[in-house]
Design a protein around this ligand. Structure first.
Ligand SMILES: C[S@@+](CC[C@H](N)C(=O)[O-])C[C@H]1O[C@@H](n2cnc3c(N)ncnc32)[C@H](O)[C@@H]1O
Length: 460
C-alpha cells in the first residue's frame, strides 16, 4: 500500500442487522453533508466495506449521522492472505505511522473475529502477532490516544467455519457511528408507544434518508404515536403530524403496555415523548385529520415527509365518509354527530400520498415511506410512480419467508402540472396482493406464537 492510498481508504464497519439499508443510508448522509465517496469494496453479507474519501473529516461526517455504522477505521492493511496482510503492515511508510507510534501516544489494539470465536488466550496471541509494529507508547485500555483494530473475517456460515479467515484487516479507529442513539430512544423506556410504533433504528434511518437537518420542517401524515417524529427531531427536524385517530393524537388510546393499564394516564402522548428526549422545542404540533381530505394551503411547503401509512395489517385503512345515499345530517343530530368512516383503498392512499408529496415538498426534498410486498411477486417496475418524484432508494426489511416491507425514498424533481401523472397499480391488484400479505403475516404470527415467541413487530 502506498502512502497516498493509505491516507484515504477507510473500513466502514457496519452492524450486522438491517443489511439492505446500509448503502442507502451512507449515500444519503454523503449527499446531505457533501461527502464525496468512492466504494472500493462492498458485499451483501460482509459487514466490513471499504471506501475512499477525500479526508478524515469526511469520514467523521458519515459516522456523525449513521446508525447502521459501528466504526470508521483508517485502513492500514487488507488482504485475504495472512502473509501478504502482515507484509503490507510492515511496509507502511514511517511518515504515515510515526505520529501513532510515538512514546507519548497511548494505545490499545482491539480484536474482532467475525464469524468464529476466540478465547482470551487466542486474543492475546493475535495481539502479539503484531509485535513487529514499533509501538513505543503505553498501553491504555480506557480512552487511549489511539485505538487500532484488527479484524479476521470468517464469513457468516456459522456451521462450516473455515480454518483460515476469508479476510484480514488492520487499521486505526477514526470515529464511532451513532448506535448509542438506538438505546437512547428505545421503545422500552419511551413514555408513549402504540402497537405500530417504529423501532428507533429504522426511525433514524428514515430521518437520514429524508436528509433531515437542523431546522428542517418534517411532516408525518399518518403520525400514530409519533415514533418517526422522534427520529427526525433527533437530527434537528421541526416535527409535525396528523392522524385520523382522535384518541391516539390526544394520548387517550388504550395503553400498549399491559402493566401500565391501571396507572394514571398523564404523560402518554407525543409531546411527552418529545420532552422525554429534550426535543420539546422541535415539536410543532399534531392534529386530527383525514389524509384523504385536503388540510394544508397549496403554498405550504415541507422539507421532508416521513411516514408509515396503514396497510390494514395491524390497523384499519380508513377515511371519513359514508356509504349512505342520503348524506344529510339533521339539525337535531348535528351537535352530537360523529363522522362515519369507510374503507380507504390502498391504490387511492398511495396515489394521494405521492400527489401530496409532489405538491407540498420543496424542490429536491424527499418523501420516505414504506410499502408491503410479497417477496416472490415483487417487481420494482410496479412500485408507485409520480412524474414529479424520482425513486432514489429502495431497501427491504424481511419480515417472514414470503413477506417483507420496502422503504422507498423519493426526491422531488418537478412541480406538478395539470397533466402530471401518478401511477399506482389497480386497486384489484392491491387487494389481491395485500390480502395475501395479511394472510402471510397472520400465518407467520401464529407460527411465532406457537414457538412462544412474539411476532417481530416494531415494539421491540
Ligand atoms: C402504521 S400506523 C403509523 C404508526 C406511527 N408511525 C407510530 O409511530 O405509531 C398508521 C396510522 O395511520 C392512521 N390512519 C389510518 N387512516 C388514516 C387516514 N385516512 N388519515 C390519517 N391517518 C390515518 C392510523 O390511525 C395509524 O395511526
Amino acid at each position: 500500500m502506498n502512502e497516498s492510498s493509505a491516507l484515504r481508504k477507510y473500513i466502514l464497519w457496519f452492524a450486522y442487522e438491517h443489511l439492505d439499508f446500509r448503502f442507502q443510508e451512507i449515500e444519503s448522509i454523503a449527499s446531505l453533508l457533501n461527502v464525496d465517496l468512492t466504494w472500493i469494496h462492498k458485499s451483501a453479507e460482509n459487514p466490513f466495506w471499504l471506501v475512499e474519501v477525500r479526508s478524515e473529516e469526511d469520514v467523521v461526517k458519515l459516522t456523525s449521522r449513521s446508525v447502521t455504522l459501528r466504526y470508521a477505521i483508517e485502513l492500514w492493511s487488507s488482504s485475504s492472505q495472512r502473509e501478504d496482510f502482515h507484509d503490507q503492515l510492515k511496509s507502511l511508510p514511517t511518515a504515515f505511522t510515526a505520529p501513532y507510534f510515538d512514546e507519548n501516544v497511548s494505545y490499545k489494539v482491539k480484536v474482532e473475529v467475525f464469524g468464529s470465536s476466540q478465547t482470551q488466550a487466542e486474543k492475546v496471541q493475535r495481539i502479539e502477532s503484531f509485535s513487529y509494529l514499533p509501538l513505543k507508547g503505553p498501553v491504555k485500555l480506557n480512552n487511549p490516544d489511539v485505538s487500532f483494530q484488527y479484524i479476521e473475517y470468517y464469513g457468516h456460515d456459522t456451521v462450516n467455519i473455515p480454518c483460515e479467515p476469508h479476510h484480514f484487516y488492520f487499521g486505526r479507529i477514526v470515529s464511532e457511528g451513532q448506535r448509542d442513539l438506538i438505546k437512547k430512544l428505545s421503545l422500552k423506556s419511551r413514555k408513549f408507544i402504540g402497537n405500530t410504533s417504529m423501532d428507533p433504528q429504522l426511525s433514524l434511518i428514515m430521518a437520514n434518508q429524508a436528509l433531515v437537518k437542523n431546522g428542517s420542517l418534517v411532516y408525518d401524515p399518518f403520525v400514530g404515536s409519533g415514533s418517526l417524529l422522534i427520529g427526525a427531531a433527533q437530527f434537528g427536524g421541526l416535527v409535525m403530524g396528523a392522524d385520523l385517530d382522535y384518541l391516539m393524537v390526544h394520548g387517550m388510546s388504550r395503553p400498549t403496555r399491559k402493566q401500565a393499564r391501571h396507572k394514571p394516564r398523564h404523560e402518554e402522548n407525543i409531546l411527552a415523548n418529545m420532552k422525554q428526549y429534550g426535543f420539546a422545542h422541535r415539536y410543532v404540533d399534531v392534529v386530527v385529520a383525514d389524509f384523504a381530505l385536503p388540510l394544508w394551503h397549496d403554498s405550504f411547503k415541507l422539507d421532508a415527509i416521513i411516514t408509515d401509512p396503514p396497510y390494514g395489517v395491524r390497523e384499519a385503512v380508513e377515511r371519513l365518509g359514508t356509504a349512505k345515499e342520503d348524506k344529510n345530517i339533521s339539525d337535531r343530530h348535528l351537535p352530537t354527530h360523529i363522522p362515519c368512516k369507510i374503507h380507504y383503498s390502498m391504490a387511492q392512499l398511495l396515489h394521494d400520498l405521492l400527489s401530496f408529496a409532489a405538491k407540498h415538498l420543496r424542490m429536491g426534498a424527499r418523501l420516505v415511506t414504506w410499502i408491503p410486498v410479497i417477496r416472490l411477486e415483487y417487481d420494482e417496475s410496479q412500485l408507485p410512480r409520480h412524474d414529479c418524484l424520482r425513486l432514489i432508494a429502495n431497501s427491504e426489511q424481511i419480515l417472514s419467508t414470503n413477506g417483507s416491507r420496502r422503504l422507498l425514498t423519493y426526491g422531488k424533481i418537478g412541480e406538478p402540472k395539470e397533466e402530471t401523472r401518478t401511477i399506482v397499480e389497480e386497486e384489484e391488484t392491491y387487494r389481491q396482493k395485500y390480502s395475501r400479505y395479511i394472510e402471510e403475516n397472520r400465518k407467520h404470527k401464529m407460527e411465532d406464537d406457537h414457538k412462544g415467541k412474539k411476532f417481530k413487530n416494531s415494539t421491540e
